[in-house]
Ligand binder design. Sequence first.
Ligand code: UN1
Length: 511
Amino acid sequence: MDIDKLFAVLGVKAINSGAFNGVWLKTSGDVLDVHCPVDGSILARVNQAGAGDYDLVIKSAEKAFGIWSSVPAPKRGDIVRQIGLEFRKYKDELGTLVSLEMGKIKVEGDGEIQEIIDICDFAVGLSRQLYGLTMHSERPYNRMYEQWHPLGVLGLITSFNFPAAVWGWNFAIAAVCGDVTVWKPSSKVPLTAVACITIANRVLSENGFPGAVASLVVGRGKEIGEHLIADHRVPLISATGSIPMGRRIARVVGERLGRSILELGGNNAVIVSRHADLDIAVKGVFFGTIGTAGQRCTSTRRLIVHESIYDDFKDQLIASYKRVKIGNPLDPRVAMGPLIDKDAVAVMRAAMKGVIEEGGRILYGGNVLATEDYLGGCYIEPCIAEAENHYRIVQDETFAPIVYLTKYKLIEEALAMQNSVPQGLSSSIFSHHLREVELFLSHSGSDCGIANVNSSTSGAEIGGAFGGEKQTGGGRESGSDAWKYYMRRQTTNINWGSDLPLAQGIRFDGP
Ligand code: UN1
């Protein structure tokens, strides 16, 4: 792999600026070494943004908002269409960069770029469908309707596990809504961000628009992140990350009565019924647990399996785990790459210890792979453990490829288990039994933002609204009508009569 050539194509340098507001700024923050989880080497460096750089970025974004928000929405859609075309051209290279920087396998890296392409397509159509309602007024000669206006400068905070896609689905929607965005990516994966911003900016500047429509600040959460969430000039923060991070953002943004879209931890369960097609259940669980090495917020964390098929399912799942090839994520035979860093391995090992302490047992895997073949990265076998749903460790999201297996007798009992965790992102049932499936989908079924039938908990499409309930944060991003969070709703009354009728029949003739 010729990394220099890859970087040259994508506009990534050996030392990159960590702030973009139309130009790459000479930043004042510390130098950040970007490690490659594949072999522990340093991929490149980023000069992070300091407080002054941050301020410049926001000021340029405010100016850009003045211009961008005045462009007709379908015209903004046309620019987003061109950005989607540009991402199509670099899908392979960007997918490789995601893989190198984050450690997910190449097909999943490519999949992330495909999500950007897809959301751009979605946003193009949306740019002509930002509909408001008209209402019948109770007053004569009065027209009442609602309209949707651009909101302003939006802050996007993204996590290491999706270095490209989460920015994509926020940026594309925000852009057609007339907003401009300032992206603070995870400091573990800033190079993909540099590459994505370079591509978006190329299209914006070719069309004569300011690059500050899509800005970037790379910097510490404690410094730059704190500035961003506390900033009155930023009416909306859309953030993906941990529950503690979300709590902090909710507090700070709430205090200034700003808006936030929070997409936080999941603790996603799969119910495998005795009426399931076990073949597809094993495949769906396999993708949900092994995909992205268990580092998706939608990864399958808990398996609730009917007692009559429990042993059979367990044996089939362990057999499929034994076939998992772990290694370099760019090798097409490999199904699971490294974890992001040593801390992630330590967290997984601690979870395994926790399960045992609480009375569970490890059924398979969890060994750290440290032989020379593994290039010095953080490779670990995926783990299956037997555990009870109420264990403290099972109630927590461990962001690693560990899954907890438990039995049930009655579907009501399975549903109660599935819902009795603090998080509420994604859920699945494998069953061909109509009543079970409908119960799962009913108001007394899954309490999650996403409910799947005979499909994995992870791998949601961009067309639906993405997000979850309870401690997952309640936000919705991506498709459906999630765009409404990115705009300002205005209810309008126009009195075209020659009198001044008041609502509620009030007569107010004055003294
Ligand atoms: C995340 O892990 O933060 O549904 C997002 C999925 C992906 C998105 C995951 N489309 O698995």
